[in-house]
Write a protein that binds this ligand. Structure first.
Ligand SMILES: [Zn+2]
Length: 305
């Protein structure tokens, strides 16, 4: 829908080690007041509180991989949801070992959860793993030290928009309008065929957001993230620490910029910063040397898709 919300709030912008003002990975996507949490590092529930988000509005949680800085906040968030009286089910999209981990933590702490948790185990290839009527979510296989998965969130294609005045002029019965929105032509009482293009206008462009972390530099992902409106791509290091990036299967900011440029995305958002960078400007400069519309992700800020 034109004007409807499709925006990302950054809750955690650092990699493994937090600082006083940078937390491990966590992001909240708001699609017209439906909330999707992407990664859930330690402190995520505190960050949600700090920025005024309601826990129970989150219906789906996506965990990219099972390194602690991407999911150590999950058990705390789940148990808080329960303490707050949650009834509606929660779906967690993650690698299959996570189910065992969470179930075991709940069991030994005798934390009985009163709502249903559905686990959706991530595939190793690229698949649509969610279609909830508002968005689809497609997986992007990444290359990290353990199995890791990126996600592309796409608004579902909207119906064509009725041209009210034309519809009224032809006096088209209401029962036919659904079909016309889907592309039907109309046969007027006179027998004349009115083509759909005369009755409707194109729907607004469907917006998309790709979340790519953690991974070594991987050009194979480009066809899957081509021309997305917003690309979040990890930029753990600068080129100065390129060897470290290679060893740990991470990217430099310059590499993130290169991927953004090759995929012809609209905007690049950097993140997953190493604790060694006190100031983030060098990362931004590097990314911008390859792709001008790069931006730093800053905790508490919301980025419109
Ligand atoms: Zn990792």
């Amino acid at each position: 829908m034109p004007g409807s919300k499709f925006e990302l709030t950054v809750l955690g912008s650092n990699s493994a080690i937090p600082t006083a003002n940078r937390h491990p990975s966590a992001h909240l996507l708001n699609v017209n007041e439906r909330f999707y949490l992407i990664d859930c590092g330690e402190g995520t529930q505190i960050q949600l509180r700090k920025y005024g988000f309601k826990f129970q509005r989150i219906g789906h949680i996506f965990i990219s991989h099972l390194h602690g800085d991407h999911f150590f906040g999950l058990i705390g968030l789940i148990t808080t949801m329960n303490l707050l009286g949650r009834e509606q089910p929660l779906t967690i999209h993650a690698h299959k070992e996570l189910q065992e981990l969470i179930t075991y933590q709940l069991k030994v702490s005798k934390s009985w959860i009163d709502f249903k948790i559905h686990y959706n185990h991530l595939p190793t290839d690229s698949q649509i793993i969610l279609d909830d009527g508002k968005i689809t979510v497609q997986t992007v296989p990444l290359s990290h030290r353990i199995p890791c998965c990126g996600f592309v969130f796409r608004e579902k294609i909207h119906h064509r928009k009725l041209l009210k005045q034309v519809i009224e002029n032809y006096n088209i019965p209401v029962v036919l309008l659904k079909g016309i929105k889907q592309g039907d032509d109309y046969i007027a009482k006179s027998g004349k065929l009115i083509p759909n293009e005369e009755l409707t206008e194109s729907p607004p462009k469907s917006r998309s957001f790709a979340y790519i972390t953690d991974t070594k530099y991987k050009e194979e992902i480009i066809p899957l993230i081509k021309e997305v409106d917003l690309l979040y791509h990890e930029s753990t290091f600068t080129e100065e620490h390129k060897d470290r990036a290679k060893q740990t299967f991470h990217c430099t900011a310059k590499e993130a910029g290169t991927i953004a440029q090759m995929a012809n995305v609209n905007k690049l958002l950097l993140g997953h910063y190493s604790v060694r960078y006190k100031t983030l400007d060098p990362l931004l400069l590097e990314a911008k040397s390859m792709f001008e519309t790069s931006e730093l992700s800053i905790e508490g800020q919301t980025y419109s898709v």
